[in-house]
Design a protein around this ligand. Structure first.
Ligand code: NI
Length: 176
């Protein structure tokens, strides 16, 4: 079921979410179906459970190669529960981000270039990946939602924050 995505200003987006305690349950499966439906409907690159008002440590993300976004790197469709992120090295990288909870806007956000993420899929199987670039950026963005952090809070130069139709008038862009 497509759910309403909470927008910045809603206090529920600022909460720290709770770990999932049981895997393979109908509730968890239903949550993930709703998150997938909602992300697909809004053409997003990722979605975190708190964005649909569920305060649990669950994120989904994935970007398939799309002729509309020739520059977007592919990211595998992933359900990640109770994630733990460990940066690999200290290198940071700045790039544009958007968010389904901050519609119509983009900002330049610093993120770790490389990281390892660990967690579980919806059945409780372990996920353990080391990634970089856009994939690492999407993971950091989504996991921030679980700690009540929205990307505008991480922007260092507020002159690089604005409306997408002004910043990128000729481009289709993906929301995270
Ligand atoms: Ni977001």
């Amino acid at each position: 079921m497509i759910r309403e995505v909470l927008k910045m200003g809603d206090l529920r987006l600022l909460e720290k979410s709770q770990p999932v305690k049981a895997f393979g349950t109908p509730q968890l499966r239903e949550l993930i179906v709703d998150m997938r439906d909602t992300m697909a409907y809004l053409n997003g690159a990722g979605l975190a459970a708190p964005q649909i008002g569920v305060s649990l440590r669950v994120v989904i993300f994935g970007v398939t190669r799309n002729p509309r976004y020739p520059d977007a790197e592919e990211v595998p469709d992933t359900v990640l529960v109770n994630p733990v992120i460990t940066p690999i090295g200290e290198e940071m990288e700045e790039d544009w981000e958007g968010c389904l909870s901050v519609p119509g806007m983009r900002g330049v956000v610093p993120r770790f270039r490389r990281l390892r993420y660990e967690g579980f899929d919806e059945s409780g199987l372990t996920i353990d990946r080391s990634v970089e670039g856009f994939h690492a950026r999407v993971v950091q963005h989504e996991c921030d939602h679980l700690d009540g952090i929205l990307y505008p809070m991480r922007i260092r130069d507020m002159s690089q924050f604005g409306f997408v139709e002004v910043l990128f008038p000729d481009q289709d862009v993906i929301d995270e």
